[in-house]
Design a protein around this ligand. Structure first.
Ligand code: S3P
Length: 419
């Protein structure tokens, strides 16, 4: 494939969820530009509407308007679809509401752990009734919240955000410590909204009695996690240059770009600017001869959603790449760890899971084989990018899952290759 032109990835998924939920908390009308319009973020809008919040339709290019403030008890179970971020962040806000809500999700979401959130929320004063142990469905009734100091065993932007949201909605002091710093979009948003928040290394403190949130007026940057698949296709191309424009390059999200640098990928950041407290740049990408690398466990939180795409790139690099400490991938939208190794092998690339590490042996013939995506959007998009390699023949078991985070993905993949 020859790549050319400029492409804009869709809005950042993490920031869109956070912006919608914070806007729902803030009395008055908030406006969000550049919001991601995809199945996951539409789920957040959907559950907020069920809670009595007015949210205008999420359409690509349209400004979303939200009338927040008052919430009411929903008449039915709230269905979070495939979206772990919807379920977990919403739990934080519901912990401060004096009504009972039942939450569920699709089969994938119903396999994902929830106690990492519900246990600390229970300590703050929320009541949780489990129906299926650590998993959805569950019911939550908010209460009068007390302060919390929590050391999370996992570095998770979702855990941290849910607890900060509970403190914000319930007027309680919250301290969250993480083993490694996870994505910090929530901290940036709360600081921009003048909340009494401080950050010291891997500890975040939200002081008690944050004032009422003002309405938000925000522009969401492009999603680096979605951009990553286009970057990968351009690196694997034979010739040309691709610009992926308006990409959020927050350092807590760009471990992917740091690893690519070590792999000798030719990616340049241009026009670095600040948009609503987030750094944004254009990425210029040229086809590259990639080298294997070692990815340390401490780097993983900054590239957690990019392991699938880095793994396929490692499959085309010279040498053996090791991703250390990627056990969290077992509880993503699929068991991504097993699925990645199995699919790499299915297309002729050497791969093994050793404990919590993923080992990929790169090089060799063009990838050929059938990929079982497990309905996981990031697995599907990573292997679709691999399928653009010259003489590759990669068949995906389904092509619907990218709608979760990047509905225009296949169209954009064709566009960058001029087809
Ligand atoms: C997210 C955090 C990450 C990431 C997910 C979105 C967020 O999950 O994998 O896609 O928006 O905070 P964890 O917090 O479970 O690591």
């Amino acid at each position: 494939m020859n790549v050319s032109g400029t492409i804009h990835p869709p809005g950042d998924k993490s920031i869109t969820h956070r912006a919608l939920l914070l806007a729902a908390l803030a009395p008055g009308e908030s406006t969000i530009r550049g919001a991601l319009s995809a199945a996951d973020t539409r789920r957040t809008a959907h559950v907020l509407r069920k809670l009595g919040v007015r949210v205008s339709p999420l359409r690509r290019g349209a400004t979303v308007r939200i009338r927040g403030g008052t919430w009411r008890a929903p008449a039915e179970t709230l269905h979070c679809g495939n979206s772990g971020t919807t379920a977990r962040l919403l739990l934080g806000l519901l912990a401060a509401r004096r009504f009972t809500v039942r939450l569920t999700g699709d089969a994938s979401l119903r396999r994902r752990p929830m106690r990492r959130i519900t246990e600390p929320l229970g300590r703050m004063g929320a009541t949780i009734w489990e129906e299926n142990g650590d998993h959805l469905p569950l019911r939550i009734r908010g209460g009068r919240l007390v302060s919390l100091e929590w050391t999370s065993p996992v570095a998770s932007g979702q855990v941290k955000t849910a607890l900060l949201f509970a403190g914000l909605a319930g007027g309680a002091r919250v301290v969250v410590r993480e083993p490694v710093r996870s994505r910090d979009h929530t901290e940036r948003l709360l600081l921009a909204l003048k909340c009494p928040l401080s950050i010291d290394g891997t500890t975040v403190v939200l002081e008690r009695g944050a004032r009422r949130l003002p309405p938000l007026a925000l522009t969401v940057p492009g999603d680096v996690s979605s951009a990553a698949f286009l970057v990968a296709a351009a690196l694997l191309a034979e010739a040309g240059e691709l610009t992926v424009a308006g990409v959020g390059v927050n350092p807590t999200r760009t471990g992917f770009l740091r690893v690519l640098e070590r792999m000798r990928a030719r990616v340049t950041r241009r026009g670095l600017r600040d948009e609503a407290g987030e750094p944004v740049a254009d990425l210029a990408v040229r086809p590259s001869a990639l080298q294997a690398t070692q990815v340390a466990a401490e780097e993983i939180p900054s590239l957690i959603d990019e392991v699938p795409v880095l793994a396929i790139l490692a499959g085309r690099a010279v040498g053996e790449t090791v991703f250390r400490g990627v056990g969290e991938l077992r509880v993503k939208e699929s068991d991504r760890l097993s699925l990645l190794a199995a699919n790499l092998r299915a297309v002729g690339i050497g791969a093994d899971v050793v404990g919590d590490d993923l080992v990929v042996r790169g090089g060799g013939a063009p990838p050929r084989g059938r990929v079982e995506t497990g309905g996981d959007h990031r697995v599907a998009m990573a292997f679709a990018a691999l399928g653009t390699v010259a003489d590759a023949r990669v068949a995906l078991s389904e092509r619907d899952s990218p709608a979760v985070s990047y509905p225009e993905f296949f169209r954009d993949l064709r566009r960058i290759g001029g087809r």
